[in-house]
Design a protein around this ligand. Structure first.
Ligand SMILES: NC(=O)c1ccc[n+]([C@@H]2O[C@H](COP(=O)([O-])OP(=O)(O)OC[C@H]3O[C@@H](n4cnc5c(N)ncnc54)[C@H](OP(=O)(O)O)[C@@H]3O)[C@@H](O)[C@H]2O)c1
Length: 400
């Protein structure tokens, strides 16, 4: 099996790699991996992928299997230096020839800029990376022999729609919570037009809000702490302005803080290892369908997880409100300028019911199901986030 993938260093991409190594356990010689990502000035992509594997190795691999995987990553996997923002992805002739040497069974396009900010520089970079970058990937695919192109989109390409959303719903006149959502729809439309033009087999995977692992240990594992994690990161940052580092979790912080979120709705949160497994199961099933919501069957009520985040940080004195509060105090002003600005549209939306029929029919047959984000499972996500100090995201959450 010859598989190409952009974004092997992403949260989702690394979990797709783990799933591939699980699927090909004991028969890695049957897997030819072409990993398209960025060399960093001091760390080539090969080393970045090995470091990432070391940081989040699934517990179920034995010592022998781990050694085999490192051997594979060192000697067998092929690393292709690309930049989505560069003309022709900046691919060298040698790398192009190795991609073109044989038919690629599955080409997963996972890489994207996942930045929710509405700043001119970010909007421009989203366009260059997500929209133009996807066009460049499609130009590359056109020049290769690719059996199936698997595009990772987003459930939130539905924009501000609420109620039941079908997995093939596309509305170019929709309004969006942020330019990132819009860029993902624009990129998806480019893939849909490419499919019509070339007849290439394409699938569209639409995950909702991705969280850390919950199917298999290390439970809670993630390498980034954005979206709902950013609320915790913010309050950790506030505590660190006031308390010594050693007291950041055990000393309570009493605040007067009004948190705006809806009691009627929740956030659709989906564990990354479920999304990765589901993508591979569906792609390899040969299913004639194309569009799949990879989401949780139920929203997690904001009224459940927001208090759990605050408990994790031992933040007290937060009251929920229905309307944007007026005359903000200093901490509220900072919160709504930095974190609330990005995430308030998600926590005040009416419920969204992403229809999962197309994915569920296939996943039920192979006993793959999405863990619900119960109080207990959300607690596991918070345990991991706490052990990793929210990835030092408290600095970004405070805008530093
Ligand atoms: N996270 C979510 O909640 C969520 C929800 C729905 C859909 N998605 C979609 O799922 C996919 C994976 O998301 P993620 O959150 O796992 O991603 P992520 O962790 O933010 O990683 C982004 C990936 O894109 C790569 N990338 C960014 N700019 C690039 C460029 N100019 N050239 C080459 N590579 C570039 C990054 O490479 P470097 O390591 O070199 O920076 C990294 O591998 C994305 O398509 C995203 O839109 C994510």
């Amino acid at each position: 099996m010859r598989i190409a993938m952009t974004g092997p260093t992403s949260l989702l991409g690394r979990n797709v790699l783990f799933e591939l190594f699980t699927h090909y356990r004991g028969q890695l010689e049957q897997l030819e991996l072409l990993l398209l990502g960025r060399d960093k000035p001091d760390t080539p992509l090969r080393e970045r992928v090995k470091e990432m594997f070391a940081a989040m190795t699934p517990d179920y691999f034995s010592e022998t299997q781990i050694a085999e995987i490192y051997g594979y990553l060192d000697q067998r996997a092929r690393y292709i230096d690309i930049d989505l923002q560069q003309d022709k992805l900046g691919i060298s002739e040698d790398d192009f020839q190795s991609l073109a040497a044989a038919r690629i069974d599955f080409f997963f396009h996972i890489a994207a800029l996942t930045d929710f900010r509405d700043l001119p520089i970010v909007v421009e970079t989203l366009k260059r990376t997500n929209v133009e970058g996807t066009r460049r990937v499609l130009d590359l695919v056109t020049a290769l022999r690719v059996g199936e192109f698997d595009y990772v989109s987003s459930a939130y390409t539905c924009g501000v729609s609420t109620g039941e959303i079908q997995p093939d719903y596309v509305n170019i006149h929709q309004s969006f919570r942020n330019p990132y959502e819009h860029s993902k729809l624009q990129a998806e439309i480019r893939v849909r037009l490419f499919k019509l033009r070339t007849g290439t087999r394409c699938r569209f995977f639409r995950p909702s809000t991705i969280c850390g692992r919950l199917n298999a240990p290390p439970l809670g594992a993630t390498n980034k702490f954005d979206v709902f994690y950013a609320i915790g990161a913010f309050f950790l940052g506030v505590k660190l302005q006031m308390y010594p580092w050693e007291e950041r979790y055990n000393r309570a912080l009493h605040l007067s803080f009004r948190a705006l979120y809806s009691l009627e709705s929740g956030l659709n949160i989906v564990p990354v290892d479920f999304v990765a497994k589901a993508m591979l199961c569906i792609a390899m099933s040969g299913d004639p369908g194309e569009n799949y919501h990879l989401v949780n069957e139920q929203e997690t009520p904001h009224a459940l997880y927001v208090p759990l985040i605050l408990d994790t940080l031992r933040v007290e004195g937060v009251t929920r409100v229905d309307q944007m509060p007026q005359q903000l105090n200093e901490i509220e002003a900072l919160y709504y300028a930095k974190v609330g600005k990005l995430y308030t549209p998600y926590v005040t939306s009416a419920p969204i019911l992403f229809n999962t029929d197309t994915a569920r029919a296939l996943l039920d047959a192979v006993n793959v199901s999405c863990p619900l984000i119960s109080r207990e499972n959300f607690g596991l996500l918070m345990d991991y986030a706490r052990q990793h100090d929210f990835g030092a995201g408290y600095l970004a959450a405070l805008g530093q």
